[in-house]
Design a binder for this molecule. Structure first.
Ligand code: HEM
Length: 500
């Protein structure tokens, strides 16, 4: 019977009762799907709907998460909401008091699974090692805090960093003096990446590590800009050999450092202490190498874009360059050694400090992610239940572009966080910004990050007459490294500055 049906018969058949049945099936599945996804107003935030079953908003979010989150918040009348991302509910909060309550409820809303996923999937660590790293986390974090936030220890680290920056800046000065016109043009992003990146690696991991493995920075950039997605989505190694090779080269360079830790006297006291401890707890060398790689990610992937974007803003305003130079000169910057800069930056440079915060406010695109371990609620929303297995997110952008907290959020205002008594707008960064997460993984590098930026910017404007070369370049809206890397770059013209 079937073989005797012509195409026309077939079409007729489809245009008849089958269409009705198909429509009913689609209708019922949509109803079932929306019932499965429906939010109960009594029990939790409302859902911001989507059109792709299961995948939900994953693709739109991946494309431009800043615009996506801002639109979703508006659509939901500035209340917390949830979205479906890759089959999981993501509860999105944008209020500072909610963020505080989320970070307080760490037993029920934890970063553990998120970190474990990163270690195993991105850094290739075995599950038992990832568990061991979690077990040593509390003690290791207290070492981080002491070295990166304690005044005396941090000064030791920072003065080393300033010394390395000075050394590399001398290299730029030499290039200028050796050039024909006593003027050079450099790729801005590469200059920040090379100078700040190399100085940071030398400071923490030591010169020997870099001398033995000079490709570390390049490999890291490759992993972040080209290799991250294949590794994250577990594409088999045969299909993406280069990303895995770059990742593994870095990890084995750092595993070697862990092996030779007590013979490398150019490694920071901070790393000596942190990794001697982790080693003593039986974590494998490979996993220690991976942990050091995670630290490299943490210390560079946010700082480098922030410095680059701050410089882009500064170079677009002659008035701002002059004001920053005046602030540094008044603070005595010209008469001190690189190591002594710890006494000036940032205590005596409130304008530069405001520029750092304003750059973070405008461009930071980080999302605090937590996993809901068991059905729970948060203190600020006792009537709402967050189901086990959901993800809780606080995208910094929703706080940083809140007009009530930050009037005219789309405008870069260098004096926004400068005290009113100094002619600034007097906004309080500590109370109104959330770029560093919170709770037990609150970024321990938040103060050193500021010094990374200041050490670079101060040297750039005090040593050189620096101008943007007039050509097409973008001021990217967000500071995600991989995004920044793809944008049209700025070039800077550098001449030696005549000292006042
Ligand atoms: C612009 C600069 C920086 C930004 C915006 C930033 C942001 C962050 C954020 C959002 C987290 C996750 C917090 C959470 O989920 O609760 C974090 C964690 C971390 N950051 Fe930073 N960070 C910066 C610079 C640095 C620097 C310079 C270092 C090191 C010197 C550093 C070291 C770390 C470490 C070790 C962690 C993990 C803490 C843990 O979970 O044990 N960060 N950072």
């Amino acid at each position: 019977m079937l073989h005797s049906l012509s195409t026309t018969d077939f079409t007729n058949l489809w245009s008849g009762s089958s269409w009705i049945i198909l429509t009913i099936i689609l209708f019922v599945s949509r109803w079932a799907f929306s019932k499965f996804n429906a939010s109960d107003a009594e029990k939790g935030p409302r859902q911001v709907g989507h059109t792709i079953p299961f995948i939900g908003h994953a693709l739109t979010m991946a494309k431009d998460k800043k615009t996506f989150f801002m639109n979703a918040l508006k659509e939901n009348k500035y209340q917390p909401f949830w979205i479906l991302v890759a089959g999981r509910r993501h509860y999105i909060f944008s209020d500072l008091t909610d963020a505080g309550a989320i970070h307080k409820n760490e037993n029920d809303i934890s970063i553990r699974n998120i970190k474990s996923f990163l270690y195993t999937q991105v850094f290739g660590v075995s599950k038992p090692d990832a568990d061991l790293i979690w077990d040593v986390n509390k003690e290791a974090y207290s070492v981080d805090r002491r070295w990166l936030l304690g005044r005396e220890e941090q000064d030791k680290i920072t003065s080393q960093y300033f010394r390395h920056v000075d050394h590399h800046m001398n290299g730029l000065t030499r290039r200028i003096l050796q050039s024909d016109g006593k003027e050079i043009s450099v790729d801005g992003l590469l200059t920040v990446v090379y100078l700040e990146g190399t100085s940071t690696i030398q400071t923490f991991y030591g010169d020997t590590t870099l001398r033995k493995h000079p490709q570390i920075l390049e490999d890291m950039i490759y992993v972040v800009t080209k290799g991250f997605k294949p590794i994250l989505f577990g594409v088999p190694r045969v299909l993406a050999p280069k990303p895995y090779a770059a990742r593994d080269r870095i990890i084995s360079a750092f595993a070697e450092l862990a092996e030779e830790l007590d013979q490398r006297d150019d490694v920071s006291g901070y790393f000596q202490e942190r990794y001697t401890y982790i080693n003593s707890r039986g974590v494998s060398r490979k996993a220690i190498g991976a942990d050091m790689f995670r630290h490299l990610f943490a210390s560079l992937l946010n700082s480098l874009p922030t410095t680059y974007l701050a410089v882009l803003h500064i170079l677009q305003s002659e008035e701002l360059i002059r004001a920053i130079r005046l602030e540094l000169t008044t603070a005595g910057y010209n008469n001190i050694s690189p190591e002594q800069r710890v006494e000036v930056l940032p205590e005596k440079t409130p304008l530069l400090r405001s520029v750092w915060f304003e750059t973070l406010r405008m461009h930071n695109n980080l999302i605090t992610l937590r996993n809901v371990e068991r059905e729970t609620n948060i203190a600020t929303r006792p009537e709402w239940t967050l189901p086990k297995g959901a993800v809780v997110s606080v995208p910094a952008v929703l706080i940083h572009y809140n007009e009530t907290l930050h009037p005219e959020p789309d405008v870069f205002q260098p004096t926004r966080f400068l005290d009113r008594s100094m002619g600034g707008k007097g906004e309080n960064a500590g109370r109104t910004l959330k770029p560093f997460g919170g709770g037990s993984s609150y970024c321990p590098g938040r103060v050193f990050g500021e010094k990374q930026l200041m050490g670079f910017v101060a040297e750039l404007v005090m040593r050189f007459d620096v101008e943007l070369v007039e050509e097409e370049f973008a001021v990217p809206p967000v500071s995600d490294f991989d995004d920044l890397w793809k944008q049209p770059r700025s070039h800077w013209k550098l001449k030696q500055k005549v000292q006042n």
